[in-house]
Design a protein around this ligand. Structure first.
Ligand code: ZN
Length: 194
């Protein structure tokens, strides 16, 4: 009887063993894949975007971008108007008097002012903690505080109203504030191909 039973089990395994083994292997594989997918921890790093690699890009503030002076955070550049060496936390673009100046992004005008050193100024909040400051503009500024402007719309004209840079001729002095810090506008503008 015992031998008979053993023989039938052996017979059964010989007949179906391969398929049982295969089914077990597939079941284990599915289990492992499911557990791996479900158990994978979601860390805050998964959607972390470093601030120094901006995903936004500006449109040109003036059509022909002729860089007159680049940004420098600490390196001193000669200011021929003031006759002194200073950092220049902005980019200057040479352009003819009256050249149209454009909103580099959709944004909201937060300030329209004049000061002797930087001339007529328009500040544009473009979101993401970024404020764009346009200086040395002509006095007939077509926007006012509170205006919502669209990318590429005219927000002013180039002039030579910044007395601290007047020896450079008509130009746009463009600053970019990121969370209140003056950063290089070249982070958001492609100056090389212009
Ligand atoms: Zn400047």
């Amino acid at each position: 009887m015992q031998a008979n039973k053993k023989a039938s089990v052996t017979k059964f395994l010989k007949k179906y063993g391969y398929w049982i083994g295969l089914a077990f292997s597939i079941a284990i594989l599915i289990t492992v894949i499911t557990v791996a997918a479900v158990a994978r921890p979601v860390t805050p790093d998964d959607d972390f975007t470093p601030v120094d690699t901006p995903t936004i890009s500006f449109t040109n503030p003036v059509t022909e971008m002729t860089t007159l002076k680049t940004y420098s955070n600490t390196a001193l550049q000669y200011n021929s108007t003031l006759k002194l060496w200073q950092a220049h936390k902005a980019v200057d673009f040479a352009a003819d008097e009256g050249t149209e100046v454009y909103a580099v992004m959709d944004g909201k005008v937060t300030e329209v002012t004049y000061n002797y050193l930087m001339g007529n100024i328009v500040k544009l909040d473009v979101g993401g903690g970024i404020t764009v400051v346009y200086a040395s503009l002509a006095s007939d500024v077509p926007v006012k505080v509170g205006d919502e402007v669209t990318k590429g719309s005219v927000i002013g004209k180039v002039s030579n109203t910044a007395k601290s840079e007047s020896n450079d001729g008509p130009h746009l002095h463009l600053e970019v504030l990121l969370d209140g810090e003056l950063v290089d506008p070249a982070l958001y503008l492609d100056l090389a191909e212009k």
